[in-house]
Design a binder for this molecule. Structure first.
Ligand code: HGY
Ligand code: MN
Ligand code: MN
Length: 427
């Protein structure tokens, strides 16, 4: 018996629920297929935003969606949408997904799990025979990681009108290739996929993601009901000195950009990090120019990624970044540019309860928890009610080729997602 339009999950016997139609083998087979796209020798993936690998993964997703009878569209920044039409298509749709792009030594689950889980959840709804009133759309956000094109959360940020489309199109990578040029290079691959307007309104957004931390595994729990995301500020620091000969230039007259940068990084680490290990300060990228062994560095450019769960404290710590860099710059000079500002966010309370109820309904163990990692659900929550479902990461390893989540946990999260999406589609 399939669910009629006015029954809720609790009023329907277990056998009819979409979660029963989540196919463990299909879910994990699709994730394995995706892991081959951009596979690295170390067992991870390198699928940078708007590269041929990224496009290949989007096209594979589009094929699975088309086979399922979903309507595939793209928007001007490259986000991909897979739509299951509801019986009341005029209602705002339910949206679910994550990102396809990865870090250079990324894992096989960060981001892509949420996209494949959303597709599997929709397929389970279709195969359960449960009608959906509201349409349900799967989304693959472009450039969540911000590795090739900084800053991160680009596709979801433009969608939520936190970032201008034009500014995003003009971001450039290390080779000087713009987002706009990268999109144009890939355009011929997507001619069969119609475009859609930017930022169409939605009813609710749910994202399934690996936890990327050790908490669920340590607590022996299956599901994380995510309460929010800690705040994040990123900077680009340019230190300018003077090129000189490594043999003839006396130290007392040198303007060594690398020595100055090293002093800044060390001082920032000392002044920003706390004994309770709550603040997260990272310099993940540092480029030296001209980067020649016998030349005193003329210029150094480095990134700063600063995070904290408390809004005021984050602002206070963030104000130290330019202050410390300028204090430590002499005899060089420093230019500090803030690239990204995201205050800590809280997810929609009711969606947290929906996720909790679905986990409990399925007999799964769960806990409420804050996300230490950033996600596309963050920008989306700034405009629409959003929620997240976590599944355990083995030893919390992530942004690392050894990233692992057990297949059973991947399926658990997808079953919770399927029931949450279906019940939202009937609201
Ligand atoms: O930076 C982040 O937290 C995300 O993994 N891109
Ligand atoms: Mn991610
Ligand atoms: Mn990531």
């Amino acid at each position: 018996m399939s669910m009629t339009e006015h029954q809720s999950l609790t009023q329907v016997d277990q056998s009819a629920r979409p979660s029963n139609f989540v196919n463990h083998e299909r879910l994990n087979a699709r994730l394995s297929e995706m892991a081959k796209i951009g596979a690295t020798p170390g067992g991870g993936v390198n699928r940078a935003a708007l590269t041929p690998e990224d496009a290949k993964a989007q096209l594979q997703l589009a094929r699975w969606a088309t086979d399922l009878g979903l309507f595939v569209t793209r928007d001007a920044i490259g986000n991909l949408f897979l739509r299951l039409e509801g019986t009341q298509p005029e209602l705002l749709p339910v949206l679910s997904g994550s990102h396809i792009d990865s870090q250079p030594t990324g894992g096989k689950f960060d981001g892509i799990y949420g996209v494949i889980a959303a597709l599997e959840a929709v397929q389970a709804i279709v195969e359960s025979g449960c009608a959906v009133s509201r349409s349900v759309e799967v989304v693959a956000w472009v450039n969540e990681e911000g590795s090739r094109f900084a800053p991160s959360m680009m596709g979801s940020g433009v969608y939520a009108v936190l970032r201008s489309l034009d500014a995003a199109l003009h971001l450039v990578d290390a080779e000087g290739v713009s987002v706009k040029a990268a999109l144009q290079q890939l355009e011929p691959l997507f001619t069969s996929i119609p475009m859609r307007p930017m930022g169409l309104p939605i009813y609710r957004y749910i994202e399934a993601h690996i936890e990327q931390g050790p908490v669920l595994e340590k607590d022996g729990l299956e599901i994380g009901v995510v309460t929010g995301i800690q705040g994040k500020h990123t900077y680009k620091v340019t230190v300018t000195g003077e090129a000189a000969h490594a043999g003839t230039a006396p130290h007392k007259t040198r303007k060594d950009a690398l020595l100055a940068a090293a002093g800044m990084v060390t001082a920032l680490a000392t002044e920003l990090c706390d004994a309770q290990d709550i603040t997260r300060f990272t310099v993940g990228r540092l480029n030296v120019y001209p980067n020649a062994p016998s030349v005193v560095p003329q210029e150094v450019v480095f990134s700063v990624d600063l995070r904290h769960p408390d809004r005021e404290l984050l602002e206070q710590l963030s104000a130290l970044v330019p202050e410390v860099c300028n204090r430590m710059a002499a005899p060089c000079s420093a230019h500090v540019e803030r690239l990204y500002t995201a205050a800590p966010i809280e997810f929609d309370q009711r969606l947290q309860q929906n996720i909790e109820a679905a986990a409990r309904d399925l007999g799964m163990t769960y806990r409420f928890m804050l996300s230490a990692a950033g996600h596309d659900a963050g920008p989306i929550q700034s405009k629409y009610p959003a929620g997240m479902i976590f599944v355990p990461s083995v030893s919390g390893i992530t942004h690392n080729e050894a990233e692992l989540t057990h297949p059973r946990d991947l399926t658990n999260g997808t079953q919770v997602l399927a029931n949450v999406l279906w019940s939202l589609s009937m609201e």
